[in-house]
Design a protein around this ligand. Structure first.
Ligand code: DC
Length: 223
C-alpha cells in the first residue's frame, strides 16, 4: 500500500516545524524533522574539529556516522553515534553549520536515502527545504511556508531569548538572511517551492491558523 506523505518546506522561522509537528499529531502519523538530520551531521563535524564548509572532510565522516531517530512519548530524539544530541543541535553555530553541510551533495544523498526509507514504511509529515522538490517529488500534499524575514527573525530571537542569549535581534536577522542565501543558492536541491506546492504566508497567521489551513487542504484533497 502506498503511504501518504505531506511535504512542508520553507526557510528558517517560517513556522514549518511547529506546523508539521502539530499536523502529524492531529493526523496520528509520524513527523520527521529533516533539518535536525543536517544539524546532527554539522554537530559531528564541529565535534571533530572540522569546518562544516570543508566538504571533503565532512564527506569522509559519513561512513562511520550512525544516525538514528527514536520517538519517546511523541517526541523525536536524534541519536548520533549512540549519543542523544537532541538538545545540542539547537545552537546558532549548529544552525549555520547545518546550512553549510547541506551544500555538500554527499551529505544530502546520505540523508535523503534515510528520509525516503522512512517515508516508504509509514505515513509521514516531513519538513525541510527540498522535500517537495527532491526528496518526495510525488508527495500528494506539498506546502511551502514563507514569512517576512523580520517576522521570522523575531520568532528565532524569542526562542533564543527563552534559552538565554546575548545576541541582538539585528544579529539574528543577519544570520537568518545569510542562511536563506546559502540554502537558496546551493546547486544541489536548493530551497525552492515545488511548482505544485500550496504557498502559505505565515507572517500574520498564528501557529494554529497555519495548522488549520494545512489540515483543511489535506482533508479536501483526500481521495
Ligand atoms: O530546518 P532547520 O532550520 O532545522 O534546518 C537547518 C539547516 O539544514 C538549513 O538551514 C539547511 C539544512 N537543511 C537542508 O539543507 N535540507 C533540508 N531538507 C532540511 C535542512
Amino acid at each position: 500500500m502506498e503511504h501518504i506523505a505531506i511535504a512542508i518546506d520553507g526557510p528558517a522561522g517560517s513556522g514549518k516545524s511547529t506546523a508539521a509537528r502539530e499536523v502529524a499529531r492531529k493526523l496520528g502519523i509520524t513527523y520527521l524533522d529533516t533539518g535536525a538530520m543536517y544539524r546532527s551531521v554539522a554537530l559531528k563535524a564541529l565535534k571533530n574539529g572540522i569546518d562544516p564548509r570543508d566538504s571533503a572532510s565532512v564527506t569522509a565522516l559519513l561512513p562511520d556516522t550512525d544516525l538514528r531517530i527514536r520517538i519517546e512519548d511523541g517526541v523525536q530524539h536524534f541519536i548520533l553515534d549512540g549519543e542523544d544530541v537532541t538538545g545540542q543541535i539547537r545552537t546558532p553555530e549548529v544552525s549555520r553549520g547545518a546550512s553549510d553541510v547541506g551544500v555538500n551533495p554527499a551529505v544530502r544523498l546520505f540523508l535523503v536515502a534515510m528520509q525516503r526509507e522512512i517515508a516508504k514504511g509509514q505515513d509521514v509529515v516531513m519538513d525541510g527545504r527540498d522535500i517537495g522538490t527532491y526528496v518526495l517529488p510525488d508527495a500528494p500534499f506539498k506546502f511551502f511556508l514563507t514569512a517576512d524575514s523580520k517576522t521570522r527573525a523575531l520568532r528565532r530571537y524569542n526562542e533564543l531569548l527563552e534559552k538565554g542569549t546575548d545576541k541582538t535581534f539585528e544579529a539574528v536577522h543577519e544570520e537568518l538572511l545569510a542562511r536563506d542565501a546559502n540554502d537558496s543558492g546551493r546547486e544541489f536541491a536548493p530551497l525552492r517551492a515545488a511548482d505544485d506546492a500550496v504557498l502559505i504566508d505565515t507572517t500574520d497567521l498564528t501557529a494554529g491558523e497555519t495548522v488549520e489551513l494545512i489540515l483543511n487542504t489535506v482533508q479536501a484533497g483526500k481521495k
